[in-house]
Ligand binder design. Structure first.
Ligand SMILES: Nc1ncnc2c1ncn2[C@@H]1O[C@H](COP(=O)(O)OP(=O)(O)OP(=O)(O)O)[C@@H](O)[C@H]1O
Length: 267
């Protein structure tokens, strides 16, 4: 459903700070794929997500989604069908607006109606928001009139996930979305992620620095280095591989040892 074809992206071209972040990268995501992504520091993982969601236009190559060329579609238009979560729980929600208003904005995001105003969200729709919030099991359904800025990082990340999937996106991008949370909260948000992805049969790409999560979640794992995908495993090969085996594959694919301490600590 998603195709990245020969994508190149270089930052600060022609200066001493020139950096090739994506180097002829190719990827084909099948409908319903839940892909975990792991890689060295500065491998280009977040840049690949930006290429997909339109954070910038790529220098070379094409981005196709469901057969449509979206290479030059602006980010705000792609946001109608691509959900994107970041490591920072403060991103993705408006802190001074209430939980209810934030959800309403997410709900109206895909609307093409000229009358899609917050004030037009009906009582019945608000009741649906409440039901969805209750599923998070964080008591947020009783705090709908409170500003989002009062929530903890974990509550905010769970809410952002709910908002990104309120109207199921064609593609969900998760950029280390649990990395800033304490372990117990991170587990809760990961569980929720699994449930939501399964419930809506979403196609999902998730960057993680946790090698166990990379192998346990989803159906396919990519490893990246120097702007390229150096390993792409699924099926039996993925089922049988251990964390050490994955590291060995990285070393032989990249021709060097993995330099990401956060990943190595999670081993
Ligand atoms: N806007 C930018 N301007 C200049 N250089 C950038 C920009 N964004 C990314 N880079 C550089 O491109 C390279 C790839 O960065 P990217 O953030 O995609 O890596 P990553 O794999 O997500 O890394 P990490 O795991 O360390 O977060 C890095 O060298 C980074 O410094």
């Amino acid at each position: 459903m998603l195709k990245l074809i020969d994508i190149c992206k270089t930052f600060n071209k022609g200066t001493v700070n020139e950096k090739t972040a994506l180097n002829h990268l190719n990827l084909e995501v099948k409908d319903g794929d839940f892909i975990t992504i792991i890689g060295s520091n500065g491998a280009g993982k977040s840049t690949m997500f930006n290429a997909i969601c339109g954070g910038f236009y790529v220098d070379e190559g094409f981005v196709e989604l469901d057969g449509e060329d979206i290479t030059f579609l602006p980010e705000h238009k792609r946001a109608k069908f691509i959900g994107h979560l970041f490591q920072d729980p403060m991103k993705g929600t408006a802190p001074n607006m209430t939980i209810e208003e934030n959800i309403a904005i997410a709900y109206l995001r895909t609307s093409t109606s000229q009358h899609a105003y917050l004030s037009r969200v009906s009582k019945k729709e608000k009741e649906q928001f409440r039901e969805r919030l209750a599923v998070l099991d964080m008591g947020l359904e009783d705090r709908m009139k409170q500003p989002v800025g009062l929530l903890s990082g974990g509550q905010r990340q769970a809410l952002t996930l709910l908002m990104a999937t309120m109207i199921p996106p064609k593609l969900l991008l998760l950029d280390e979305h649990t990395a800033a949370l304490d372990p117990a909260t991170a587990d809760k948000v990961l569980d929720l992620t699994k449930r939501i992805v399964k419930e809506h049969h979403l196609s999902c790409l998730m960057i993680t620095h946790n090698m166990h999560s990379a192998l346990e979640l989803g159906n396919r794992t990519l490893m990246m280095d120097s702007g390229r995908i150096i390993l792409d495993i699924e099926g039996k090969e993925r089922e049988c591989i251990t964390v050490d085996g994955l590291l060995e594959k990285f070393n032989s694919g990249a021709g060097k040892e993995l330099d990401n301490d956060r990943i190595l600590f999670s081993k």
